[in-house]
Design a protein around this ligand. Structure first.
Ligand code: GCB
Length: 617
């Protein structure tokens, strides 16, 4: 009898959870929403005491979880009642925000922390649907609303959401998350990285109100084959998605088209115009695009451009482009911790502009959505990547699924951004059959989701036939990518800066080349001769030597040196110099520019002049 009851309970649990699918609508920032940012209560739970009972059985799979399950947000009924936690009397921290930089005792913490936010919610229209949206939670989020589990999300840098329409009350809702940033061998990223594993609810949290049937996804980009055609699709979510009349218009181009969705709720679109003002770094022109359905209207600002390769060149709107770039970690300027808002994101991109960049590599994971939206507005080309970094568990099918999911989530979020021109599959991954298969699967998925961008990966270089002075790229994935990119640290991890003079490059793939990383560590304010490690002079010298060397590479189409600003890394322990900062920044952690910043800046100024006058390019 008890077993039947349990089966019935599990069935009802599934049925009651069916509304909590992971629907991630695009263009969330143009939707009307109630923000849930601000102070949240938290409870640190290293033994996951609020998640498992003492027999290590998860409370959220029990018929009666009882008061000890933290997601119940229980309070003692009377003075005799035993409850061993209390969110409302626990401390608070700012959300969005990582815990490591906000709470001193959590600086090194990796494990589980519970968060609680209470709120009231008044629906604007009775018939509307409400989605609970998270910009990112690192790394694994278990999400509960008013004691009911909404679901789990894995992956620390991409958005997810749940429908909560039927669970919301007008008063006293409690949203509870267990966030776990334990590093895992099979994770994406895996155990070993060179950045801080900031845990927490690191991006925006919102309740987004939608009509019963709403615009969930669309892609509206210039056709790679025809620069007079804007094409793509839009798709609806809701009971009246099929066979609906939908309209897309771009008023400034006098374009308007009405379409019918198919039985799946999707419609393909194409619009033609001879008057498109193409987006580029020199002309970051964005059009207002309006999507309308019988119940929903959504606006976006979209730029139109083409990007392709031809032999060793990258062509933007049919013109060769040189990518004057810099790599960026998503860390707060003048501070430490993850970027928390648009203003901080803008500061990073403004520094890149000051350096003379028309391009940034957003390393080593998807950054917040502000970055790519600002890049659209500011005219900065973007490389985006997922944290497939170093030695991933290549043979693990769940790991591949996880990587694909993160890739899918970032592509879906950003494929309407003209600034994004490159999807990168991985960084410095060791060649093997299993790794090649893994990356090939990612490339195939990317091409199926988006034909309007290029594919790359930060590969590694090696000596040609054992000759240490001739370098090459010997990696089967080089045949798969559109743009050949690699990291190299000649003069830092390998010899001294003058070593760059001995090296020549023989790159046989007839593809554009981007040097995705080079760099040297320097402690801002430490001055010495140019052979003294950690001095600003050493870093500046390495930049001069490296720039001379790479300029001789055939097909050099860009670079993104490592890195814009110093960033936190537990691998960097040298006292008084590193103190847990990777010091390869051109700007210090307190925002001061080092000498090498100006070396790169003047290289970019010259490059721009030469590029504009070079008729052979
Ligand atoms: C690399 C990695 C980057 C590191 C950098 C370094 O090759 O891609 O994540 O931070 O080197 O500083 O060693």
């Amino acid at each position: 009898m008890r077993n039947i009851a349990t089966v019935l309970f599990i069935l009802t649990l599934y049925a009651s959870c069916s509304f909590a699918q992971n629907i991630v609508p695009v263009n969330i920032y143009n939707r009307s929403a109630q923000s849930l940012i601000g102070e949240w209560h938290y409870v640190v739970d290293p033994y996951e005491n609020g998640y498992y009972n003492y027999r290590y059985e998860p409370f959220d799979q029990m018929e009666n979880p009882g008061k000890n399950a933290f997601f119940m947000n229980a309070k003692p009924d009377d003075k005799t009642d035993l409850v061993e936690y209390n969110f409302d009397r626990s401390p608070t921290m700012e959300i969005p925000g990582d815990w490591n930089s906000q709470v001193e005792k959590l600086y090194y913490y990796e494990g589980s922390v519970w968060f609680k936010k209470s709120f009231d919610y008044l629906r604007k229209t009775d018939s509307s649907r409400v989605l609970l949206y998270f910009g990112a939670v690192n790394y694994k989020a278990e999400v509960y609303l008013n004691g009911t589990k909404l679901g789990t999300h894995i992956g620390g840098f991409t958005p997810f959401s749940f429908e909560v329409t039927n669970l919301l009350n007008e008063k006293d809702n409690f949203l509870i998350l267990k966030v776990d940033n334990t590093r895992k061998k099979e994770g994406i990223p895996t155990l070993n990285t060179d950045w801080w594993n900031y845990g927490g609810i690191t991006r925006d949290v919102k309740l987004v109100e939608m009509p019963q049937t709403f615009i969930r996804d669309y892609m509206i980009q210039l056709s790679p084959e025809n620069a007079q055609t804007i094409e793509g699709f839009m798709s609806l979510d809701g009971t009246s998605s099929a066979n609906q009349e939908v309209t897309i218009s771009i008023p400034e181009l006098d374009l308007r088209k009405t379409l019918n969705t198919d039985s799946e709720g999707s419609a393909s679109l194409d619009l033609k115009s001879d008057n498109i003002n193409y987006w580029s770094p020199e002309n970051p022109y964005l059009y207002e695009v309006v999507l309308t359905t019988p119940s929903d209207t959504l606006e976006d600002r979209i730029g139109f451009r083409t990007i392709e390769t031809e032999g060793g060149r990258i062509l933007l709107n049919d013109q060769p482009v040189f990518l004057r770039g810099i790599s960026i970690h998503e860390e707060r300027p003048f501070d430490d911790g993850r970027v928390r808002n648009k203003k901080q994101a803008k500061q990073l991109l403004q520094w890149a502009k000051e350096l003379g960049c028309n391009y940034v590599r957003l390393a080593h994971y998807p950054h917040n959505e502000h970055m790519v939206r600002l890049a659209d507005e500011m005219g900065i080309l973007v490389w985006e990547e997922i944290p497939v970094y170093w030695t991933i568990d290549w043979n693990n099918t769940a790991t591949l699924k996880n990587a694909k999911n993160q890739l899918n989530e970032v592509i879906q979020r950003d494929r309407n951004r003209a600034s994004v021109i490159i999807w990168s599959m991985a960084n410095e991954t060791p060649v093997s059959k299993a790794r090649n298969n893994f990356l090939n699967e990612l490339a195939t998925l990317t091409r199926s989701l988006d034909k309007t961008r290029l594919i790359s990966a930060a590969l590694e270089q090696s000596s040609l036939e054992g000759n240490p002075n001739i370098r090459t790229i010997d990696d089967p994935f080089a045949d798969v990518v559109d743009v050949l990119s690699f990291n190299q640290y000649i003069g830092w991890y390998e010899g001294l800066p003058s070593k760059a003079r001995e090296i020549t490059w023989e790159i046989s793939q007839n593809k554009p080349v981007i040097i995705s990383e080079f760099g040297a560590g320097a402690k801002q304010g430490f001055h010495a001769d140019s052979l003294t490690r950690w001095s600003e002079e050493y870093q500046a010298y390495l930049y001069s030597e490296t720039l001379n060397m790479i300029d001789k590479i055939d097909g050099l189409s860009g670079l993104s040196p490592w890195i814009l600003a110093d960033f936190r890394s537990p691998r960097r322990q040298l006292p008084d110099i590193q103190d847990e900062w990777n010091r390869k920044g051109l700007i210090s952690d307190d925002g001061i520019k080092k000498k090498a910043f100006f070396v790169l800046k003047s290289y970019y100024e010259n490059k721009l002049k030469l590029w504009n006058t070079d008729s052979r390019r």
